[in-house]
Design a protein around this ligand. Structure first.
Ligand code: CA
Ligand code: CA
Ligand code: CA
Length: 493
C-alpha cells in the first residue's frame, strides 16, 4: 500500500496518477505495462492510496516514484514526479571486520583490560549499515554478559557512534560487555556486542630474582663481560603478566632504583646482560619488574649482589670427605684445584653423581673435567670406596661442584602385568631435564618402550613373558648436556 498526495493548482480539470520503479518508464514494476493501463483518473482528488498487485509486490532495494498528470484542458497536462522511496525489508547489517569496541580514550583500539572503574567509552563507528532505509538511531547498554544491561540500561542515543559512561562503579576482575542495537528507518533492528573488557586496577605481585640464568644465586663470578639473570613468582590476579622489564646496576652503595635503564624482555624469564662494562671487585644487582595486561607495573624485585672477582681463587685441599650411606648429600665447593680424599661408603648399586660448573657455563649433569681414582673392597652389603679426584684443568675457574649419591631406578608391580619404573633420584635434581627412555626384554633392545621422551621420572608399562628387562635412560639438560643410565632389572612375577 502506498499513500501519496499532490498540491495542484486550481485550474486543473482532473488528475491522473501512475507509479513505477525510479528510472524506468511510468508504471514499470507495478503494472504489466504491455496489457494493463498505466494511467488512472482520480478526478479532482488530491490524494490516493494504491494497493499493489500481489503478482508484482514492491521489491526490496528498489526505489518507487509516483507520477501525477494535471490536466488543464482536454489536450494539455503537466506531469509531476515524487521523490523516490526505497523499499526495505531487511534490518541493518553489521559490517564484516567491524565490531563494537571498548576504549578509555579515542577509540583507536579495542581494550581487553582497563584500569578505570568509573568510566568506560564504547565506540561503533561504521559497524552498522542499512543501504536501503538507513539507520534511524542506536540503543546502547552495558552489562556483565553479552547483550546484558545489568550495569547501564539500554539507552537511545540517536545517531551518535560513541557512548561514554561516567560515575560507574565497576568491579575488579569482572568482564563487562557493551551491546549496541541499530534500528533502521522502518523499525527493523540488529544488535552487536563487544568482546568485553576486564577491570584491573591492582599491580602485579612481584617475584624472586636470581643473578644467574639457572634460578639460583651465586656470590661471585670471574667473567666480566656477561651477567645472567632469571626470575619467577611474578603474578597478576585480575589480568596477566604481559612483559618483564630487567635492569642491571652496580649496587655497592645507595642505588637509585628510579633511574635504572630497563630492557623489555617480553615474557622471557631469563636474560643475559652481554658486553656490560663490569668492574673488578664491584657488586652488581639485577632489578626486575612485571607489567600486567592493564599496564600496571609491579614493585621491583632485586637479586642478591654478585661480586665480579677476576683474581684466580686459591685452591683448597680436602683430606677427608665422606658420603654417608643413608643420606642424599649435596656439597658445594666454590673453588678450584679441588682434591677430596677419604673413605666413602655407600650401598651396593648406589653410585656417585657429579654436577660441576666450569667458568659459569651451563651446569653439567654428569662428570666434567674431573679425574678420580677409587679402590673397591667387597663385602656382602656394602661397597667401600676410597676416592681422590681433582680438576684437571686448573686454569678453568671451578665455580661449584655438587656431589650427590645416585639411587638406582626401581621397579614396582602395579595391577596384573602393569609395572612402574621410577628414576626419581637417579639423575641430578634438575628441573628442566628431559628423559629419553628405552626399555627392552634383551640388552640393546627397545621392544617395550622405544625413544619415549618425557619430563616425568617414571614410566608405566605392561611386562609379560620375561623375567628381566633392560632399562636405558638418557637425561638431557636444557643446555643440551646428556647423561646416560643403564640397568638390568629382574621382574618379580
Ligand atoms: Ca535494510
Ligand atoms: Ca574488548
Ligand atoms: Ca593487575
Amino acid at each position: 500500500m502506498y499513500q501519496s498526495s499532490v498540491d495542484g493548482t486550481d485550474d486543473a480539470i482532473r488528475y491522473e496518477w501512475s507509479i513505477g520503479i525510479e528510472g524506468m518508464p511510468e508504471g514499470e514494476g507495478i503494472f504489466d505495462i504491455k496489457i494493463e493501463p498505466v494511467w488512472y483518473d482520480v478526478g479532482l482528488d488530491k490524494n490516493l492510496t494504491i494497493c499493489t498487485n500481489q503478482k508484482l509486490p514492491l521489491q526490496h532495494g528498489y526505489s518507487y516514484v509516483v507520477y501525477v498528470r494535471q490536466w488543464v484542458s482536454q489536450t494539455t497536462y503537466t506531469q509531476f514526479a515524487s521523490a523516490g522511496i526505497l523499499v526495505d525489508y531487511t534490518p541493518p547489517l553489521v559490517r564484516k571486520g567491524k565490531f563494537v569496541k571498548e576504549s578509555i580514550d579515542s577509540c583507536l583500539n579495542d581494550i581487553e583490560f582497563s584500569t578505570e572503574n568509573t568510566t568506560l567509552t564504547a565506540c561503533w563507528k561504521g559497524v552498522f549499515s542499512d543501504q536501503q532505509s538507513g539507520i534511524l538511531h542506536y540503543f546502547v547498554s552495558l552489562g556483565t554478559i553479552p547483550e546484558g544491561d545489568d550495569v547501564m540500561k539500554s539507552e537511545n542515543i540517536g545517531l551518535l557512534e560513541t557512548k561514554r559512561w561516567t560515575g560507574l562503579s565497576l568491579n575488579q576482575g569482572t568482564k563487562y560487555f557493551v551491546t549496541v542495537m541499530a534500528v533502521n528507518n522502518i523499525g527493523l533492528s540488529t544488535s552487536s556486542y563487544s568482546d568485553g573488557v576486564v577491570i584491573d586496577f591492582e599491580k602485579p605481585v612481584n617475584g624472586v630474582v636470581f643473578n644467574t640464568i639457572y634460578h639460583r644465586n651465586i656470590p661471585a663470578q670471574a667473567a666480566d663481560k656477561v651477567i645472567g639473570s632469571s626470575w619467577h613468582g611474578f603474578n597478576d590476579r585480575h589480568s596477566f603478566i604481559k612483559e618483564y622489564l630487567v635492569a642491571l646496576f652496580e649496587c655497592d652503595g645507595q642505588s637509585n632504583l628510579t633511574s635504572l635503564r630497563y630492557v623489555n624482555v617480553g615474557l622471557k624469564t631469563k636474560h643475559q646482560f652481554k658486553g656490560a662494562p663490569l668492574k673488578h671487585n664491584r657488586n652488581y644487582c639485577i632489578a626486575v619488574k612485571a607489567i600486567d595486561a592493564a599496564g600496571f607495573e609491579s614493585n621491583v624485585s632485586l637479586s642478591t649482589p654478585l661480586l665480579i672477582d677476576k683474581t684466580p681463587p686459591k685452591g683448597i685441599k680436602c683430606t677427608s670427605y665422606e658420603v654417608t650411606d643413608f643420606a642424599f648429600i649435596e656439597r658445594q665447593i666454590h673453588d678450584q684445584g679441588l682434591e677430596l680424599i677419604g673413605p666413602i661408603s655407600f650401598k651396593k648399586d648406589e653410585f656417585l653423581k657429579f654436577k660441576i660448573n666450569l667458568d659459569h657455563t651451563a651446569p653439567e649433569i654428569c662428570c666434567g673435567d674431573i679425574a678420580f681414582t677409587y679402590k673397591e673392597t667387597e663385602n656382602t652389603t656394602m661397597t667401600s670406596v676410597s676416592m681422590k679426584w681433582a680438576v684437571i684443568d686448573a686454569e678453568s675457574g671451578l665455580d661449584f661442584c655438587i656431589l650427590t649419591l645416585g639411587i638406582p631406578c626401581t621397579i614396582e608391580k602395579l595391577l596384573g602385568v602393569e609395572y612402574k619404573i621410577v628414576w626419581d633420584n637417579t639423575f641430578m635434581k634438575e628441573e628442566d631435564l628431559v628423559y629419553t627412555v628405552n626399555i627392552g626384554t634383551a640388552e640393546g633392545n627397545a621392544d617395550l618402550i622405544q625413544n619415549k621422551r618425557s619430563t616425568e621420572t617414571h614410566a608405566i608399562l605392561d611386562i609379560e613373558n620375561t623375567d628381566e628387562i633392560f632399562v636405558a635412560i638418557e637425561a638431557k639438560s636444557e643446555t643440551g648436556l646428556t647423561c646416560n643410565y643403564r640397568k638390568m632389572m629382574k621382574i618379580d612375577v
